[in-house]
Design a protein. Structure first.
Length: 101
């Protein structure tokens, strides 16, 4: 929720002006590229669940990183927010990788 608020606040503060000026991502973000499966079979152990969590975090981190890269043509606020969130996701991935299995 905190990340959503941060992006929304930045969006309304900056990106809406750029969109009104006919800006759009050149490549675009494909939402299907970032779909995640959150179903966890009962038979999975801790190691498998941690690997699944890492995969999910990596996909989320990639979405934010891609959004940062694609928004570099906007004012600096937009890619900075996405990069900050991507960095926080990278920290979460590192913690999951360090977790004992």
């Amino acid at each position: 929720m905190k990340n959503k608020k941060r992006v929304t606040r930045t969006y309304y503060g900056v990106i809406s002006d750029a969109l009104e000026a006919c800006f759009s991502f050149e490549e675009g973000l494909d939402p299907d590229a970032y779909c995640i499966d959150i179903q966890i079979p009962d038979s999975e152990g801790l190691a498998e669940i941690l690997e699944r969590a890492i995969t999910i975090e990596e996909k989320i981190q990639k979405a934010y990183s891609d959004a940062a890269r694609l928004s570099e043509g906007l004012m600096a606020d937009i890619p900075r927010v996405f990069s900050i969130i991507a960095g926080k996701r990278e920290e979460r991935i590192a913690k999951l990788r360090d977790h004992p299995r």
